[in-house]
Design a protein around this ligand. Structure first.
Ligand code: BG6
Length: 469
């Protein structure tokens, strides 16, 4: 069906501070866990920042933001999703007073977006817990994190809450199940972490998320707060009911996070799995009230791929933070993530049917190795594979809209090349804008428009009509 997107649909791009800002120690910034994670999620952290960590410089957005935002504006962006680096605002994380120079950077960034008429969307915490909080408190395992996060969130709402409408509390909050250090700032190695510690950390994050929602509304009732989940449709490998049940259980692991954010209480299936694992959560009366009274305005999610699940058998595969059983019907990216545009329509319908809250697709994209070529004397990348991924996924968003799903916007992941979260490489590129920086740290940091730059600009200008050309 030819589908023009609603005029109010917000088109744009999304990034995270630790993957693109650089300036890791600029203007009083403290260290974050990412400053000691030079090799991505699976490798143990280093003792201190090392020069092979590409995130220390990132793509130097900290100093080049004006140039980059002008390029986003040229593509016609209506929205830009970025995160605030927590350790720029509270360098250790447990201080009473914020770092004014850190706050001032985001004032400048917001000024620049405003000058171009681009709406900001802020992720309060995107995989960049201050290192001190990770090392000293074991991150979210410790209940005191709720207070530190509340102070940080309040500081942001007070400073920017009159000019930023859309806020996300935690990036891919369900990813803590798989990447406790990156997602939850938990210093205890994953293999040593007990289920009780992990689920208590999850509970603390959920309470902190609800509490931030309350604070936002106190400061400005116009603010819209969303949760952000890693969306992963999971299909049964076969029609065997045992496989379907395995899918239901795997789905529940992820859906629990949205259920708590939208419904304000833990679902029965979640309580059952805790009981079976022998986990007794410490939940206070005030925690329950906080969760119940401060549910979200919208649900946002990342979508890159789908997986299969089976009671037994199948070939294991890895994907965006979580792994599962390989789907024999789908192609995969160079990093093995299985490409499934239809899965986006499926998950949008599932979320809308389940929660009835407006949706926001805040990440979707293809990481690929790009080759820089010269066209008419100008460096560029002929990234037809990225254009195909974008087109195929947006066509499915159009289908979901036709299905009646209320979706408010779409922000492509990494509209400019950034450092990969999982592998810490720059060669895993998502951008419409190429950044001249390589995995060994060499490069001029110059920006070049890829072929997809013009393609996305046309999609935005035509409200999606050009997808059908
Ligand atoms: C999401 C994260 O999991 O996927 C981003 O929110 C991340 O931070 C993105 O960059 C793509 O993953 P990767 O590992 O290819 O960078």
């Amino acid at each position: 069906m030819t589908q023009r997107f609603p005029d109010s649909f917000l088109w744009g791009g999304a990034v995270a501070a630790n993957q693109y800002e650089g300036g890791y120690d600029a203007d009083g910034k403290g260290l974050s866990i990412q400053d000691v994670m030079p090799r991505g999620i699976m490798a143990p952290p280093s003792d201190e920042p090392t020069s092979d960590n590409l995130k220390l410089v990132g793509i130097d957005f900290y100093h080049r933001y004006a140039e980059d935002i002008a390029l986003f504006a040229e593509m016609g962006f209506g929205i830009f999703r970025f995160s605030v680096a927590w350790s720029r605002i509270f360098p250790r994380g447990d201080e009473e007073t914020p770092n004014e120079a850190g706050l001032a950077f985001y004032d400048r960034l917001l000024d620049e977006l405003e000058a171009h008429g681009i709406e900001p969307m802020i992720t309060i915490s995107h995989y960049e817990t201050p290192l001190h909080l990770a090392r000293t408190y074991d991150g979210w395992v410790d209940r005191r994190m709720i207070g530190f996060y509340e102070r940080y969130a309040r500081t942001l709402f007070e400073r920017y809450g009159h000019r930023v409408k859309y806020w996300l509390t935690f990036n891919e909050i369900n990813s803590v199940l798989h990447a406790p250090l990156m997602s939850g700032g938990i210093w205890t190695p994953k293999e040593e972490l007990s289920p009780s510690q992990l689920y208590q950390a999850i509970h603390h994050e959920l309470v902190a998320s609800a509490s931030a929602t309350r604070i936002a509304r106190e400061i400005n009732p116009e603010i819209q707060v969303g949760c952000m989940v890693l969306a992963m449709p999971i299909y049964p490998l076969t029609p065997d009911p045992a496989d379907v049940l395995a899918v239901m259980k795997a789905d529940h692991e992820n859906l629990a996070f949205g259920d708590v954010h939208v419904r304000g209480a833990y679902p029965g299936y979640f309580l059952r799995s805790l009981a079976e694992a022998g986990v007794e959560l410490e939940i206070t009366e005030s925690d329950r009230e906080t969760l119940a009274k401060n549910t979200v305005d919208f649900v946002s999610f990342s979508y890159y791929m789908s997986l299969c699940e089976a009671a037994s058998g199948g070939v294991r595969t890895e994907g965006n933070i979580m792994g599962g059983v390989q789907n024999p019907t789908l192609p995969a990216s160079e990093w093995g993530w299985q490409i499934d545009p239809t899965g986006l329509r499926i998950v949008m319908n599932q979320f809308w049917d389940r929660w009835g809250k407006p949706l926001f697709i805040v990440e979707n994209g293809l990481g690929a190795r790009d080759v820089l070529v010269e066209r008419d004397g100008t460096p560029t990348v002929e990234d037809d594979y990225r254009i195909a991924y974008l087109r195929d996924h947006l066509l499915q968003v159009g289908e979901a809209i036709a299905d009646g799903v209320d979706v408010r916007g779409y922000t492509w992941w990494g509209p400019i090349d950034v450092v990969s979260a999982s592998t810490a490489q720059l060669s895993k590129r998502y951008g419409f804008i190429y950044v001249d920086r390589n995995d060994d740290g060499s490069g001029t940091l110059a920006r070049h428009k890829k072929k997809s730059f013009g393609y996305y600009a046309d999609v935005i200008a035509s409200h999606g009509a050009s997808l059908h050309d």
